[in-house]
Every structure is written in C-alpha cells, then in structure tokens.
Design a protein around this ligand. Structure first.
Ligand code: ADP
Ligand code: FBP
Ligand code: MG
Length: 537
C-alpha cells in the first residue's frame, strides 16, 4: 500500500485504490503511514475523511458555474427548476383541453356514470394541490464541505434552495374518465407491496370514473408475447390482493423493443400507463414516454419506483425496502442463534443488494446482532493483518462467536468474473456468501482451530412476502399519486417520497445513476459504531 507521510498542516491526497480519492485534508500532529492509520487518526482528531463518493458529488454539483457572478444562486435555482420540470401534455399539445377534476371526495356518491352535463365539482373542497406547490429536495444547510455527507455547490457550501414538484390531485384534469383506458405493468424482480400499489391505482382510477382498466401480464413481455392477454381490473378484482405478496400481474426481465411496446399501446388504445419497476423499468418507461410524444399519442406514462435494494436516487426510500429489512431480521436472528449456540460458531447471512448495500446496512443496524457488515460500496481485505478473517479470529477469542452480514454485491473482486448477464442486461454476480464460508473454513483449518460456520441465504424470502404496515401506507400514497399525476396531464414522471412529502420527479433525474450507500454518511458510520468492526484495509 502506498505510504502517506505528509507534514503537519499539509494536505493529504489519498490513493484512489483506497476508495477515498481527491480530497484535501489538513493533517494534525500524527504521522500517517497508511490509510488505516489515517482513518484511525481521523477518528482521534474527530475529523472526517471525505469520500470519493461525496467529493465527486460536490464537484459535479458545481460544474460550469461562475461563482464570481453575484447572481449565480439565482441562475443555479433556475437551471434546477428547468431540470426538475415535469413534462406535461401541453408541452406537445398546447391546445389540450382541461376539465374540472372528477376526483372530489365530497361528491363521491353516487359515482357519476356520464359526464355529458359537465363534471361534478365542489368549490368549497380544498383538496387539490396547486401546480406551483413545491417540496424542498435538500433540507440540511451544511456549514462546511467537511460535514458528514455534505453535498455542496460552491466551496463555502452556500445554501441554495432546490425545489421539486409536489404530488397530489389537481383541480383541472386533462383526460375525460370515460375516454381513458388505463394499463398497469409490473417489471423486474419482485418487491413487497406491488399488489398494494396495483390495488390503489385501480381504486383511485375508479374514483375518477375510469371504467377501462387492464393489467399487462408478466412485465414488458406482456406487450408482445402471444398468448399473454390483458387482465381486466376493477375494485372487485383487486380488493384483497394486498393480502399476499408477489404481483397479481406477474413480473419478468427482458422483453420487447420500445417501438413494439408503443405499437401495442397504440393498438390497444391505452392512454394511461402505470409502470411499476426499478431503474431498468424506468429507463423503459421514459423511452415509451418519448416514443409516444414522437408519435403524438396523447398518453400519460407514470412510474412508481419499485426496488427492495432502495437504489433509486433522490427519494427517502422505495416501497418494499422496509419490509425486506424486517424479513431479513429472521435470517440474522437464526444465524445469531446458530453461531451463539455452537462452539466457536460463525454465522453468515447474505442479503440482496446488487450494487447498493442499503438492505445489509439497515438490517445489520436493526438487528444489533451483526459483528461484520460487508457492502459493495466499501472495499475490504479478507486476508492479512487487517482482514476480515483476522478479525473473526479475534471475535472467536473474545466473544466466542460472530455473525457476518454480506450484501450480494460485496467483495465481487474476490470472485471470478463470468460476464454473464440476465435477460435485462444486469450482471449476474458470484455468490459472496459461499466464498466467505469456504475461505473462513479454510483459514481456521490452516490455523488448526475449530470454527463452526453456518451460512444462511434468505435471498428470495425477503422480497417474496407481503408488505408490512409502513410499506403498505407508502404504496397507498404512491399508487394514488401516480393516478393524480396522469390525470393532471403529466407524463414521463415518477412518484416518490422526499423529506416525508410526496413528489413528482422527471424520470431521467432518478435513474441517472444508482443510489448507493455513501461510506461517509452518518448512517454507515452508525452501522460501524454498532457492529464495532474495523476498516479491513
Ligand atoms: N435501458 C433500458 N431501456 C429500456 N428498457 C429497459 C432498459 N433497461 C431495462 N429495461 C427493461 O426494464 C425491465 C426491467 O428491468 P430490470 O433491470 O430487470 O429490473 P428493474 O426495473 O427492477 O431494474 C425489463 O423488461 C428490461 O428489458
Ligand atoms: O434473481 P432475480 O429475480 O434476477 O433477482 C435478484 C436481484 O433482485 C434485486 O433485489 C434487484 O432487483 P430489481 O432489479 O428488480 O430491483 C437484486 O439485488 C438482485 O440481484
Ligand atoms: Mg435494477
């Protein structure tokens, strides 16, 4: 490893291989020879090393801005507003006609069948969201770029307001309910809460007065594969679907070209499409939205982000994540019991998380039973004086047992690369859990010491289950807001929760890159505090 021995008061530039890069750190009176020592020193000096992740974020945020311009903040805010503008039907059809909303909870019974005489409205009802309502995207005013997790635009970390669009029902709608044919599709892997979202979309569409609602079977494939017919949906059909996990409609990876999907949309007369899926699905949804615009189809394409990995940018969390973390507790607790009851027992639990370690981090934090948490975002050594194996030896000597929680994507550098891809083009990863189990057994065998290693892989169990109560509520609000967004004439948008408020984002902003755990974040530091694990570097 590169040796670091800068003088006191000098700036240290760390090698990029450490996972920390390009940051400036004023050093105190500590001789620093390795990154490990530097990390220790940082803790002693109570200063934090800015991660590569955080710095690149900071640098990216301020790119192209002339900070000497006294109006730079105003200009930045304007550019931000333009970036987060949500596409509307009137962008393409300036003469599109709007109608008073049929979503008025004061006029629910009886639900009007015909709207020829005009739509019911109640002037006294103040349940609508104004198109100009906004929600603050960032709520922390960082006083310094060295504050944990600081996301700064300029070198002073100046406060600049960043607003995004508030979700909810609008007073004017751009679709006549009797002319709507709405379709719902669920793509990618399973996620707790898919049925809850489907249910809420159907129920809300019916409240608006929509009669033609269909489900597209088995993801985007349902648009093209022969023999897969649309599934008629109604409140009656979806009434109890949230009581079980999975997707009523089925899911799939891979599928037809975007142009074929749009052909199918056109042929089927679909003018509202609700797309439930992760980053891949949203890339598809945005492409469908673009293609619809190109063909001048008056359709609304609205996404609802679905991923237990929680790897979608800008939102507090995605639905299903909390449930997955909760389900993971059972596997962790079993691993703990096995390890704790065995003579020199070691439990390993592998949890989903292809490129983001949120499930492993939160599940470790929640359980309080994990000694070592390994995630894709934080490199680690297995062997050597500071490796995971040496620490396990220490744990067996001091505690008598140990439990490791590894995210699926952690430590992939140790495994042979196959370049295999799934039908959607996602990399198929090697099994880090099996590898850890083998290496741990080998290590203790070579030492001539006992280690009773148990590996638990609950992979599909944490997502093939019913949503818990908090996810159920999140699904409800997201599903309803997806329908409100479509009726309001927006398209190419997705719904999310942001600082506890519900918002609409333009799709490209949330899929520009996967959301990952920031190793400089307070949450990762809290996880390290809880497990007590060293840096493994
Ligand atoms: N860049 C893309 N453009 C269009 N469609 C995509 C794109 N990436 C993935 N898809 C499609 O989206 C669907 C789900 O993608 P996948 O990556 O499997 O799951 P997720 O949406 O959960 O990330 C698949 O049918 C896949 O073909
Ligand atoms: O075996 P499958 O169905 O491809 O799913 C496994 C993948 O599901 C995930 O939870 C993510 O799924 P999505 O892409 O659907 O969000 C990954 O962490 C994991 O690799
Ligand atoms: Mg994905």
């Amino acid at each position: 490893m590169e040796s670091l021995s800068p003088a006191i008061g000098q700036k240290a530039i760390l090698p990029s291989t450490t996972g920390y890069s390009d940051h400036d750190l004023l050093l105190g009176p500590v001789r620093l020879r390795t990154v490990r020592n530097l990390n220790k020193a940082c803790r002693r000096l109570r200063i934090r090393v800015q991660t590569g992740n955080g710095v690149s974020k900071n640098a990216a945020a301020g790119v192209g801005i002339d900070f000497s311009d006294p109006d730079w903040k105003l200009k930045y805010s304007r550019e931000f507003e333009a970036r987060f503008n949500i596409p509307h039907m009137t962008d393409v059809f300036p003469d599109a006609v709007s109608y008073p909303s049929t979503f008025c909870l004061k006029m629910r019974t009886p639900i009007t069948e015909k709207f020829a005489e005009g739509y019911p409205s109640d002037e006294k009802w103040h349940g609508y969201v104004n198109n100009n309502d906004r929600v603050l995207l960032k709520v922390i005013n960082y006083s310094s770029p060295s504050s944990a997790g600081a996301e700064c635009i300029d070198s002073n970390c100046s406060w600049v307001e960043q607003w995004v669009h508030r979700a909810g029902p609008r007073e004017k709608i751009f679709f006549k309910p009797e002319e709507v044919k709405a379709a719902i599709v669920t793509c990618g892997g399973l996620c707790p809460g898919l049925n809850d979202v489907i249910r809420q979309i159907v129920i809300t569409l019916e409240i608006y007065g929509v009669k033609k609602i269909v489900g597209i079977p088995f993801g985007y494939r349902g648009f093209s594969e022969k023999g897969l017919a649309e599934m008629p949906l109604s409140r009656k059909v979806v009434q109890n679907v949230h009581l079980s996990g999975g997707s009523l409609l089925g899911v799939s990876r891979g599928g037809p070209k975007v142009s074929d999907i749009v052909d199918s949309i056109q042929e089927g007369g679909i003018n509202m499409l609700f797309v439930l899926g992760g980053n891949g699905t949203h890339a598809g949804a945005n492409a469908i939205h673009d293609e619809c615009r190109k063909r001048r189809i008056k359709a609304a394409v609205v996404g609802v982000p679905k991923t237990i990995d929680n790897d979608i940018m800008l939102m507090d969390k995605t639905f299903g994540f909390d449930t997955a973390v909760e389900e993971a507790q059972r596997a962790i607790n079993s691993a703990y019991i096995e390890a704790h009851s065995a003579y020199r027992g070691i439990g390993i639990v592998k949890l989903m998380g292809r490129s983001s370690g949120f499930i492993a981090m939160q599940a470790s934090l929640a359980s309080g039973q994990i000694d070592i948490c390994l995630i894709p975002e934080v490199p680690f050594n297995l062997h050597g004086p500071h490796g995971v194996l040496r620490h396990l030896k220490y744990l067996l000597e001091t505690k008598g047992s140990a439990v490791v929680c590894a995210a699926e994507g952690a430590g992939q550098d140790f495994l042979e690369k196959t370049n295999a891809k799934d039908a959607s083009g996602n990399a198929v990863l090697g099994d880090i859990g099996v590898y850890l189990q083998q290496e741990i057994k080998k290590y203790f065998k070579e030492l001539g010491q006992t280690a009773d290693v148990k590996y638990i892989d609950p992979t599909y169990m944490i997502r093939a289950c019913r949503a818990n109560a908090s996810d159920g509520i999140l699904c409800t609000v997201l599903g309803q807001n997806a329908v409100h967004g479509a009726f309001a004439g927006y398209s190419g948008i997705t719904v999310g929760i942001c600082n506890t408020h519900y918002v609409y984002f333009p799709i490209p902003e949330v899929i520009s890159k996967p959301r990952v755990v920031d190793p400089n974040s307070r949450m990762w530091h809290r996880c390290l505090t809880s497990t007590g694990q060293p840096d493994f570097l």
